[in-house]
Write a protein that binds this ligand. Structure first.
Ligand code: ATP
Length: 302
């Protein structure tokens, strides 16, 4: 078979169905306990073979420099495989930035999966996760996707059965949140909220959506500094959300709905006040190849 010339990848955003801070690790980082869920909102990446490394994010204000997670992922892939090649990457960003939805991690995961396919490198999921963990704590989950109990700094993953079917309405306020600043505020303020992630895991295993929502919560919500969160939650609840909360360190807020029509009505209502409102469902995977193209085989002229 001829080599692949291009690969298109979908990399889903995530929500935290729960997030608790349970202590401090020996390295000073926060020890977390969370249930994470990928959703049907995707970064779309196109990767082409090239003799140099180029990354473009048309329409996005995120700088493309050595701190960009996509650039880091491409360099880490070349370093790990020893491949002497380049790659041209175009990322259509659909996941809001500074949202707590791990858009940057999804980009890194998408680049790793895409380059693995483009260059037929055959790296295993555990190799990709090991490379990804060096780029960001959420990258292994962005690779695995689905529903996972996640501990440590976000790097210890336990895959769970799929979350019960439901609808998410996700609202991104106009101002994002810086993750390090949210954790600094947590250190001084603490939190009145500590969700029961174990109970939520059991509810997922039992396929009990009401139980999943009853055990939900986010220990970072009160210290995120995102002032619009309570008002957004009130609106989502008024439209029939089973629960609503911030995801990650914010600033995006989501409601969980059992019924599609209620979710659609809530999304429509919130679009009156917010530009970025997304209707999504649980996704069962992480970053994956959508399709790839190969060089046409040379014609045999006999
Ligand atoms: P998380 O849940 O992982 O904290 P987040 O939504 O809070 O996700 P991102 O939007 O993924 O955070 O990234 C936040 C910061 O990372 C931005 O300020 C941005 O400058 C930087 N960054 C670097 N690379 C990327 C990328 N590819 N996409 C988005 N942000 C990036």
């Amino acid at each position: 078979m001829t080599p692949k010339t291009s690969v298109t990848v979908l990399a889903p955003a995530k929500l935290n169905l729960s997030l608790d801070v349970v202590g401090t690790l020996p390295n000073g980082y926060h020890d977390l306990d969370m249930v994470m869920q990928t959703i049907t909102l995707y970064e779309r990446l196109n990767l082409h073979r090239s003799d140099k490394l180029t990354v473009r994010m048309p329409g996005s204000f995120v700088p493309v420099n050595e701190k960009n997670t996509a650039v880091k992922a491409a360099l880490a892939f070349f370093h790990y495989t020893g491949l002497l090649a380049g790659v041209d990457i175009v990322i259509r960003k659909h996941v809001p930035v500074r949202a707590g939805m791990a858009g940057g991690s999804a980009d890194a995961a998408g680049v790793l999966v895409g380059m693995n396919a483009l260059y037929d490198a055959h790296l295993s999921m555990s190799e990709l996760c090991a490379i990804g963990a060096g780029i960001g704590a959420d990258v292994p989950f962005a690779l695995m996707g689905g529903t996972c109990r996640v501990k440590g700094v976000g790097d210890l993953l336990k895959p769970l059965p799929p979350c019960p079917p439901c609808w998410f309405v996700v609202v991104m306020p106009s101002v994002g949140v810086s993750t390090p600043e949210a954790f600094q505020r947590y250190d001084t303020m603490g939190s009145p909220v500590h969700p029961n992630c174990e109970e939520q895991e059991q509810a997922i295993r039992a396929g009990n959506l009401a139980g999943v929502c009853a055990a939900a919560g986010n220990a970072l919500e009160h210290c995120s500094g995102a002032v619009e969160t309570p008002a957004i939650c009130d609106q989502l609840n008024a439209h029939g959300a089973l629960t609503s909360q911030m995801t990650g360190s914010g600033a995006a807020v989501f409601g969980v709905f059992a019924e599609e029509d209620k979710a659609k009505a809530a999304a429509e209502a919130l679009r009156q006040s917010f530009d970025k409102v997304y209707l999504a469902q649980p996704d069962r995977g992480g970053a994956r190849v959508l399709f790839s193209r190969r060089k046409p085989a040379p014609q045999n002229r006999g």
